[in-house]
Ligand binder design. Structure first.
Ligand code: PMP
Length: 452
């Protein structure tokens, strides 16, 4: 309660000031700082179902979902109970547990390219280890990645394209040695000719191509039909492996992740021969498989995975890997994610994305709805209204329209990702009533985007 004449205290702003004195930039991961939208990040104290609550007690409909894990909705009772039960028996053993094998078996059942699985704690570790493994298997050094794809913050993957195609990359962060990124090639996404050229020029040096199964870290940019399958074919012709990074898409866009969607037996096939499947050699997972706790994984072909220590010479380890409390959250989440959950995620994504699009159109804001399964984002501007297929396309948008849109939504109690270059995430708790709260905020937000 504020006394008359006394300005109300902005608790979030005070906490952010204090955080900035104790923590670099006030945050433990950069996008949380609202750098690209401006304003004060909200300090959250609770997340339940489809909503989050800040320290001032204000509730927001959440379209971040912890950056992906919360497919069931936040604090799902089944997950919380599994975590409490595991925690009551000890937090960390540093020894084998039965549940680690259960999680590996469950993932191997749902995603058949995965014959063996190693648990780690973050997506960064998963992709970093997958690359070491691909190098160990092939005896080669070079890794190909695509511009705009994010695979975590290990040195070799913090690389950006140098000038010209089929050349080696430059560091994308201070502190990354150029000698390290010189082993990374960065190519334009959805461009098989660029991949062909890279293999033609350097094929005998390329250990692996790493690709987001569907790109969702530059906004959402789906692979064109057949792209992933053709990439695998090209790589294999040259003796290179393919690492399909499903940290973000895995077990979110379907029960088999993006791989499951693309290899579904129903609907149009991406293959010349019906019945074919594409088989990435290695895959990486995170987010959903930890249900909000730190669990990630790399998995794939048995002959490659068995090169990991202790069965093979490629070293990889972790004190907290396969942590029993974290694995309990992941298992409970995956077990609860049935067909109804995925149907709800798809429905919520369809309704929300088309309502946003309708309101933007009503205010004359040219845009594209970028969609990959139940992941979506929006690209603003006439130039991109036909949709974008790569990082250069994404950058041609009128990105400045997003900040006012974002803040109008936030003021109305809807929390969006604080950057136009991030996917929006729904949960199974996004029911019709929740969606109505989002829709009612859209007219003002669309006006704000139009006025920008
Ligand atoms: N790969 C992809 C596709 C991701 O989206 C992310 C994180 N957003 C990572 C890797 C890195 O995961 P983490 O933040 O857990 O290190």
């Amino acid at each position: 309660q504020t006394a008359p004449g006394v300005a109300p205290v902005d608790v979030n702003a005070e906490l952010f000031d204090r955080a900035r004195r104790a923590i670099p930039g006030g945050v433990n991961s950069p996008v949380r700082a609202f750098g690209s939208v401006g304003g004060t990040p909200r300090f959250l104290v609770e997340a339940r179902g489809a909503t989050v609550t800040d320290v001032e007690g204000r509730e927001y409909v959440d379209l971040v979902a912890g950056w992906g894990p919360a497919i069931l909705g936040h604090a799902d009772p089944r997950v919380i109970e599994a975590v409490q039960d595991a925690a009551s028996r000890g937090l960390s053993f540093g020894a084998s547990t039965p549940v680690e094998t259960e999680l590996a078996e469950l993932i191997e059942e749902r995603v058949s390219p995965v014959e063996r699985l190693r648990l780690v704690s973050t997506g960064t570790e998963a992709t970093m280890s997958a690359i070491r493994l691909a190098r160990g298997f092939t005896g080669r050094d070079v890794v190909v990645k695509f511009a705009g794809h994010y695979h975590g913050h290990s040195d070799g993957l913090l690389a950006e394209a140098g000038s010209g195609l089929a050349t080696f990359a430059l560091p994308a962060s201070a502190g990354v040695p150029a000698d390290v990124t010189a082993l990374t090639m960065v190519l334009p996404y959805n461009d098989l000719d660029a991949v062909r050229d890279a293999f033609a020029a350097h094929g005998d040096r390329i250990a692996a191509v790493i690709t987001e199964a569907a790109a969702a870290n530059m906004g959402v940019v789906p692979p064109e039909p057949g792209f992933n399958a053709a990439l695998i074919e090209l790589a294999h012709q040259h003796g290179a492996l393919v690492i399909s990074d499903e940290v973000l898409t895995g077990f979110r866009v379907s029960a088999g992740g993006w791989w499951g969607l693309e290899n579904a037996t129903e609907g149009p096939s991406v293959f010349a021969n019906p019945g074919d499947q594409y088989l990435p050699d290695l895959m990486t997972f995170g987010k959903v498989i930890g249900g909000g706790m730190p669990v990630a994984a790399l998995g794939g072909r048995a002959d490659v995975m068995d090169l990991l220590a202790p069965s093979g010479p490629v070293y990889q380890a972790g004190t907290l890997s396969g942590n029993p409390v974290a694995v309990a959250a992941g298992l409970a989440t995956l077990r609860a994610a049935d067909d109804d959950v995925y149907a709800r995620l798809d429905e919520a994504a369809s309704v929300i994305s088309s309502e946003v699009s309708r309101h933007l159109a009503a205010e004359g804001v040219a845009h594209a709805v970028q969609r990959a399964g139940n992941l979506f984002s929006f690209a603003f501007g006439e130039e991109v209204a036909g949709g974008v297929r790569d990082y250069a396309g994404v950058q041609r948008q009128e990105a400045w329209r997003y900040a006012p849109f974002f803040h109008a939504m936030l003021d109305a109690g809807v929390s969006l990702p604080p950057s136009v270059f991030e996917a929006w995430f729904v949960t199974a708790a996004h029911d019709d009533a929740v969606i109505e709260r989002i829709v009612s905020a859209l007219p003002a937000a669309a006006k704000a985007a139009a006025a920008a």
